[in-house]
Structures are given as structure tokens and as C-alpha cells.
Ligand binder design. Sequence first.
Ligand code: PLP
Ligand code: NAG
Ligand code: NAG
Length: 548
Amino acid sequence: MDTVRAVLDLLKSGINITFSGKEPWQIVSITTSSVLFIVWLYDFLDRDESLSVRGKKTIFRLAKYIPQVRRKVEDELNAINKTFQEDVIKKTAHLDYIVELPDKGLERDEIIKKLHENLRINEEAWQSGLASGAVYADDSNVKDLVGEVFKLSSYTNPLHPDLFPGVCKMEAEVVKIICNLFHGDENSCGTMTTGGTESIMMACKAYRDYAKETRGIRRPEMVLPVTAHSGFDKAGLYLNIRLRHIPIDPNTCQVDIEAMKRAINRNTVMLVGSAPNFPYGTVDNIAEISELGLKYNIPVHVDSCLGGLLTVFMEKAGYPPTVTDFRLKGVTSISADTHKYGFAPKGTSVILYRDPKYRHCQYTVTTDWVGGVYGSPTVNGSRSGGNIATCWATLLYHGLNGYVDSTKDIIYTTRFIEKGLRRIKGIFIFGQPATSVVAIGSHDFDILRLSDALEKRGWSLNVLQYPSGIHICITKLHTRATIAQKFLDDVKEAVAEIMKDPSVPVEGKMALYGTAQKLPDRSIVGDITKYFLDNMYYVPKQKTVEYN
Ligand SMILES: *Cc1c(COP(=O)(O)O)cnc(C)c1O
Ligand SMILES: *[C@@H]1O[C@H](CO)[C@@H](O)[C@H](O)[C@H]1NC(C)=O
Ligand SMILES: *[C@@H]1O[C@H](CO)[C@@H](O)[C@H](O)[C@H]1NC(C)=O
């Protein structure tokens, strides 16, 4: 924070002294550079990020040319990078890293042993049931089945329908099964993808290209709630679509429909709602977004990646349903992750459309490649038939009754936790949790302190920002006896402790989150995040083992 203020002061004083005591020729050259500046400014104004975001970024980019500022920022970043690095070193200290192919291939048993060693690192963190989301079910029967199915199908590839027609059949079946769950009619269609982010990206591509073809839109924009998944930001960056983020109602945590309506313009290619969203687990008012879509003739995407395979079973599980699917006439596409509450292995999701005309715009077709005419439905060329088959097998294994039962358990557990949390003084719940996510905030103390206290008790929850909050995403692992009660007991105990002195600031790693949230220079937060990612690939040098 101090760095930031220092930078702004420096810039301000720089501007004040610009014109004082200048010779005429100097003013002329200043004017010339002003013209250049205006050209630059025009270019600057004409790009996709909002003005204020870019303004802040630019001030900081310029400020970083000031050596003292740069050095200070670099020192801070290096220190943070170092903590990431130490974290990796600590977690893998007992293991060797392999960075060269062994001359002679390893024996099967040795490979399995090494696999176990790698998987065992920090395994209890998720197996204990104390994590949020991440692993949605842990059932050894399913794992046996999936192992067998993958063994049989992993080398197949739907890129070659002539060779593997059965894999294409299974993909078509998965898509249609899920279309039916979301009440699609006979026109409804879709494709499988490798995950929610890819499903979202595919919908965005489809609507960008659809708007270009039918309306000639060259500067596409999407209108979406601030609570929509960051996969949309990623899609915007990859596909050059400008995002217009709409605030939510702070009480209901649903998107502000009036603001959404005002943000629609002739460049709008899609509207987005979440059912439910990731941060708060609340469902946007999809019926009203659907109406907006119909009124302005703009496609509506419903992101049901997280909870879609709960919402479709809610009614049968005995909970009043919220209609968020193709029964709403304006909803033109839905994304749903089979690798979340479909309980399939990681690597599958579906993107569904009301009408095949949108799916056509998702495809990529190159007609002039020397390698031949090439068409592919999603990002990948080659895809794993194994992923398709394991997803297909998991759906068939659970069946409707299996999913209804899981939904019952998961929703029951979530409501139990929600009810318990509402009784604890000092904290509040964001909006009305619709499915499996409950987000907690506090008006009385820094909620990151609760996160910290729970971490000390073994829990790992997700941290939210703007405003500060934490959330837990309930999976099958939390439906085991006593886990939900343990959570409530731990929160109660931790909050009681904190409330003895609510004004104490948060310390340690959580303090970094708190500071990061307040930094106006998001590029520094961006750099920190890049370092974090760098360290996922970090190989401690001294531990490199060569099999030579
Ligand atoms: C998880 C999630 C996604 C993205 O899914 P990935 O499979 O992680 O790419 C999209 N939207 C919501 C609401 C999610 O929770
Ligand atoms: C950050 O850490 C990684 C390894 O942990 C290292 O390779 C990289 O050079 C560091 N980056 C900076 C800028 O210090
Ligand atoms: C391709 O598919 C694999 C798994 O099948 C996935 O891990 C990878 O992310 C995909 N790549 C792209 C570019 O989508």
C-alpha cells in the first residue's frame, strides 16, 4: 500500500513541474509529443478492457520505470516468490525429481510405487473431507469401474469416427442424456469438452461467431454478473470479447437485472447467468435474464457447471426446484460439468445448445489446409476416448436413482450446515445458497481470521474477495457422519475465540490475501499469481535424479 501511494505522489509531482519555466521551442516539442500522446490515447481508449482498469495498469506500468519503485516492487515480489518456492520444497522434500528419461525403462512395480509416492503427498487434505469442492465423490466401486473402462478405451480418439464409431456413439449418448435432464427438446444438442472452462469458452466462441455471421458484429461484448466464473474472463481474453460485468444485489447475491438491461447495446452477443455461481452458490434470476434475451433477441448462456447436476435432480430429491434450464424459452445454452456432481473422473463437461445453429458456430472448420479439410468440434484435435467412455460409464453406473440419492444427501448436508451457521453470532451467510455452496462473511471481524482459524483445524476453504468472504462447497465427502457437525463445532469455537477481540487484524498468509484485495495495482497481484503458477513447475535442482 505504501509503495502504491509513493508511486502516485511521484507521478503527481512529475505532472506539476512539466510546464514551469519552459522555452518556446520546448513547448513546441511538448505539443508535438502531445499530438503523439493523443494518437496513443485514442488507441488506448479503443481497446477491450474498461478505461479505469487500463488507466490504473498504465500508471503502474509507467511508475515501474522509476528505478526506486521498481526495485522495491521487485524485492517484495521476490520475497513472495520465495515463499511459494519454499512451499514446494517442503512438500516434496522426501522425494526425488526425475527430469531425464531413464535410459532403460522402469519396471511396472517401480512405476506404481513412484505413482503412490506422488499421490500420497498431502493426500489426507482431501480424503479427510475437510476440503471445499475439489473431489466430489470418492467411491472405490466407481474407481474400479472407471479403471477398467479407461484401460479398454484410453487409446481411442473420436477425431477418427471411421476407426472409433462407438466412441462417437458414447459421446452422442452422454450429450443427449444431459440434454434431457435439462429439458431440451428434440433440437437440443451439444458436445463434450474437457472441463467447465472449455464449455464456457465454446459457448462464447459460438455466440461471437453467430453474431458476426448474422448481425455483422465486429466488436463483440458479453454482459455477465460479477459473480460469473473466471472462465468467462479467460474466454474474453482468448476470443477478444469485451466483458461488461454487472453488479449483484448485496442481499440476494443475484445479478441486478436493471443494470444488466442497461448494459445491453448493439454489440452484445450474449447474456450470462449462473445456476448457481461459484462464489456464493446463489442462482441468478435466470427467468428474467431469459426474458431480456427474448426481448432483445440475444442468446442467453446459463453456467450450470458447478451445480447443474444437482439442480436437475432437486425436484425428485424432494426440494422445490428453481427452473433454470431449457424450459425457459430465452435460454439458448447451458454448461454442466460431469466431472463435478456427475462424479466422473476429471476431464469432462458438456456444452448444450437449444438449437444446432449455435453449435455450428462452435465448430472450427478449415477447408484449405494442405493436410486436408479439417473440422473439429472443440479446442482439441485429438481427444481421449477414455474420457468419454469413463464419463459415460459413470453416468450409467449411478443411474437416475443414484444421482437423486446423492443430491438428497448433499443438499441435506448443505442445509444443515447453513442452518447451523445462521445460529452463530458474528458471521452471516451471503444470499440464499441454492445447492451446495455456502459463503460466510462477517460485519464484526476480518473473516480471513476465521479462514485462518479453520485452516489450523485442518479445513481448507475458498477465499472470496470484494467483499471478503470464505465459502465451503459441499461434496459427497462431507455427507459422511459427523463431518458437517465437526465443521459447525469448529466454526463456533473459532468465532467465539475471535469475538473475544474482534478488531485484531489477520496475520500470516491470509494477510497477503487481504492486502492483495486492496492493491489498486492489479498487475502486481497478477505477477504474484504468475509466480505461483511458475512454482507448480518448479524442480528443486539439487534433487534431480538421473537414471544414467
Ligand atoms: C468449476 C466451475 C467452472 C469451470 O469449470 P472447470 O471444470 O474448473 O474448468 C465454471 N463455472 C462454475 C460456476 C464453476 O464452479
Ligand atoms: C520464482 O521462483 C521460481 C522457482 O521457484 C524461479 O525459477 C523463478 O526464477 C523465480 N522468479 C523470480 C522473478 O525470482
Ligand atoms: C485436450 O484434451 C485433454 C484431455 O483429453 C485436456 O487435458 C487438454 O486440456 C485438452 N486440450 C485443449 C487444448 O483443450
